[in-house]
Design a protein around this ligand. Structure first.
Ligand SMILES: [Zn+2]
Length: 568
């Protein structure tokens, strides 16, 4: 499970996330791996189906895998393991060149210079903005050099959401201009859509659609316990990020025609708003209040921005196998079952940490157990003796923790025709630390996958519950969302939170999620793992054998937004 998209893209705001990303390859400082068979994890024997699942997690979440970070050699070993297991499960290879692996070219990019920004008021002389005081530059994943000079229009949070009657671009023409926006989305938005509209990628996409040629983010004046000073942003301006690489070595961007240029401080914003119809003090007061709404403001001058971005190439792999569909017509359609194989690697040493402290983020629940489930589901299909009507693809992706990178690469370079992909069912971080009484299926209310999944789950004697934490926006935070963006109905499955579930889940999020403690010292209930696999198998089987392919519900926001995306 990736941290929120907005948090990822505004990585510089989070020192803890930064600490991970900033880590040099500290091989020498890494404690020696614990011998796998020496741990208390291997105590009593288990029934064969539980032992099979646990065995995958023992290997993938072992210290030897060093947290399976995308681009690391240990991830590559984990990928070979999954490929071998796919072979053993009877899957046919569906990666590159007749193999199970699909190479994913990666690129790490970061700001290569402090950049320049100059504000020229309509009746004034050029006024250089000061790095660290007035602005910090953004890295541009799509270009080594970015030079933009254009008038600036303030467009609130840069959101167009008809379902909430919000159009921050209403009445202004931003073609050929730079837009200045605030981060975030209104608190009145539903959780999934709030996360979606808070995402810098969504905002860039909207800006590009309106013809803007650059974006600057304005520092939000709202002070609070979590507010960080602008100077903290400046300190980390060149922190690296990762995406997949284009053939020319640059990175992919959600909107290459409207790059992020930088973040402007409140002091900088005051300069830009000088002479504007609405003064900065008014905007700042609105932003500091509750539920602000904004009207667009054309600023009275031109911003000239120059930034530089450095690129370091890398590589990783998705692992892909299929069971060919048996039906002469439906067999060419593909149901994808996905899970991410990567995790966040080894944390850097922290000041004051005792020597030899465990810094390996094993990612047992996030998401070795999802991969183990995928492998065991594949075995269930072959063991059933009846091939599915549609083709079922098992997709283990890389780079989820870097911002859904491997699934985005696959969605843009599918190894089967995109139009034949009818659904994605995603498994990410099932917390199997309690006997689950229900299941949560994110996205169930958005497409005909909902009733299909409900029937399959109920047949297993399990209830379907609504999203218990809509404010978290989980639906837009894992790999299936890249299929949603291609117009493909998708769902994301979790054990439910009834009974003791909620407390166990929240305890995991607070104490073990994205920490070294997400390892095999947790009391994972393998019998619940087997139940989870059985339920997921029933769901996949139902989708694969259903007479009709899944459809978005009429009027669903994501279904409507990305309708026809496949044709592009
Ligand atoms: Zn995660």
């Amino acid at each position: 499970m990736v941290r929120t998209l907005s948090a990822l893209a505004l990585l510089a705001l989070s020192t803890s996330a930064l600490a991970q990303t900033d880590a040099p390859p500290a091989a020498a400082a890494t404690p020696a791996p614990t011998p796998m068979l020496d741990t208390a994890a291997i105590n009593a024997p288990l029934p064969a189906d539980q032992a099979a699942m646990k065995a995958h997690v023992l290997f993938l979440a072992s210290d030897a895998m060093k947290g399976r970070e995308a681009g690391s050699p240990e991830f590559d070993i984990a990928a070979q393991y999954v490929a071998a297991q796919f072979y053993a499960a009877g899957l046919r290879p569906a990666g590159d060149k007749g193999g199970y692996l699909q190479t994913v070219p990666l690129v790490t990019y970061k700001a290569a210079a402090k950049g320049d920004m100059v504000w020229t008021a309509r009746r004034g002389s050029p006024q250089p903005l000061v790095f660290g005081e007035d602005f910090v530059p953004s890295a541009n994943p799509a270009a080594a050099t970015t030079n933009v000079s254009a008038p600036v229009v303030f467009v609130g949070r840069g959101i167009v959401a008809p379902q909430y009657a919000i159009d921050d671009y209403k009445g202004v023409d931003v073609r050929g201009k730079i837009v200045a926006i605030f981060a975030g989305a209104p608190e009145t938005f539903g959780g999934e859509e709030r996360a979606y509209f808070s995402s810098p990628a969504t905002k860039a996409w909207i800006a590009a659609q309106h013809g803007a040629i650059g974006i600057v983010t304005l520092d939000t004046p709202r002070a609070g316990p979590r507010a960080r000073p602008f100077s903290a942003l400046a300190q980390y301006y060149d922190s690296p990020r990762m995406t997949w690489a284009n053939p020319d070595g640059t990175g992919t961007s959600p909107a290459p025609s409207a790059p992020y240029l930088g973040t402007i401080s409140q002091a900088g914003a005051e300069k830009l708003f000088a002479g504007a119809k609405t003064p900065w003090t008014t905007i700042a007061a609105q932003a500091a209040g509750d539920n602000p709404t904004y009207r667009p403001v054309a600023l009275d001058g031109t911003l000239t921005a120059s930034t530089r971005t450095a690129f370091t190439p890398g590589a990783s792999s998705n692992v892909i196998g299929v069971i060919p569909g048996a039906d002469p017509v439906l067999g060419k359609e593909v149901v994808i079952l996905s899970a991410h194989l990567d995790h966040i690697g080894v944390s850097p040493e922290r000041p004051g940490q005792p020597a030899g402290a465990d810094r390996i983020n094993n990612g047992a629940l996030d998401n070795a157990i999802g991969i183990a489930s995928l492998i065991e589901e594949a075995k269930k299909f072959t063991a059933s003796g009846t091939p599915p009507k549609r083709t079922v693809m098992f997709l283990a992706v890389t780079g989820e923790e870097k911002g859904l990178v491997g699934s985005d690469f696959f969605a843009n370079h599918p190894t089967v025709p995109l139009k034949d992909i009818v659904a994605d069912v995603n498994l990410d971080m099932p917390v199997l630390l309690y006997k689950f009484e229900d299941m949560i299926v994110f996205g169930a209310d958005r497409s005909t996958l909902g009733p299909i999944v409900k029937a399959a789950v109920n047949a297993q004697g399990v209830d379907l519950s609504p999203d218990p934490m809509p404010e978290q926006g989980f639906f837009v935070r894992s790999d299936h969302f890249n299929f949603v963006k291609k117009g493909i109905p998708s769902v994301f499955l979790w054990p439910g939170m009834k009974g003791e579930g909620r407390a166990k889940f929240e305890d995991f999020l607070s104490h073990r999620y994205h920490r070294p403690g997400d390892d095999l010292t947790q009391p994972i209930l393998w019998d619940q793992g087997v139940r989870f696999v059985a339920t997921n198998y029933a769901i996949a089987r139902q989708i694969a054998d259903a007479p009709a392919r899944p459809m978005w519900n009429k009027g669903d926001y994501f279904g409507t937004t990305y309708k026809g995306a496949m044709a592009k």
